[in-house]
Design a protein around this ligand. Sequence first.
Ligand code: TXA
Ligand code: MG
Length: 307
Amino acid sequence: MRITVEEAACRLQRGEVVAIPTETVYGLAANIESEEAIQKIFSLKNRPVSNPLIVHARDYTTVCEYIHEKPPHFEDLCTHFWPGPLSLVLPVCTKKVPEIVRAGLNTCAFRVPSHPVAQLLLETCTFVAPSANLSGKPSGTCVEHIEKDFGVDFPVVEGKVSCGVESTILAFDESEEKWQLARLGAISEEDLFKLLGYRPQRRQKGEKPLCPGEYFRHYAPNTRLLLEKCPSEECVVGFSDRYYAGAKKVFALGATTDPLQVAHNLYTVLRLLDEEKIDVARVDLDIPDEGLWRTIKERLIRAASPT
Ligand code: TXA
Ligand code: MG
């Protein structure tokens, strides 16, 4: 059910869950004050309660009300990237952020979204919002995706997402005194390097997870995705400016000259594979290992991963 921003604000106040556009992907929002609504998010998404949520706040000052420590570069990161697609995992005053949001951790992820719909709603309350999708599946990036996952009666505000992939998440590593990359996203490692003066390290497999939910399967369609070229390939997830000899069907992500467009289309294409009940598709991963391409590549690899 398509609702206005005003209606969404009322519903958040009443302790209901609503789907809203952000500049990254659609989110399922619940008022931080409503434990019942937050619980509902987990059941709607079929999300394990060990996977914490991101708190969405109106501005830097609001975020500061929840935290008890400001790591080095925190202010610079906020000034430069907020409002926008960067989430920061920070040590919090545990009394102020409900345990269910943090999955029991003493840290919490925060972001200040720039989307006008999210900003309007944040004037009325602070909310938590995971991506709007069933747990493990590709995120929702338009109203149709929300209707497909949660039904046509689910309240959703219409709006355009601009990035198409989730926010980049940085977490401060106390022992190294440096920010670590907890999730690649809409902001590139190069942009972070410019501000931090070092490249935030990606978390290594086998390293103690930052949160129990870190290694859950993500972004995956039912279609089996192959990352290696095979002799007879019927379906290819690839690019509009490349030719795939022998392929009967090409699901184009966009042009190899336009990573913004490719990121924007990524989840729509992954979802389309399931809609068309494609059994197997090969993914063309011949893309640069830099900037936004790196995020796109990582999402495609994770979408193809069986675990
Ligand atoms: O772009 C986005 O960030 C979107 C939009 C809706 O804002 N939200 C989003 O939320 O992607 P979600 O729940 O789908 O992904 C949040 C990720 C999860 O992988 C979770 O494990 C991680 O953030 N996370 C949350 N709190 C954390 C914490 N305290 N420590 C480490 N990771 C955390
Ligand atoms: Mg998600």
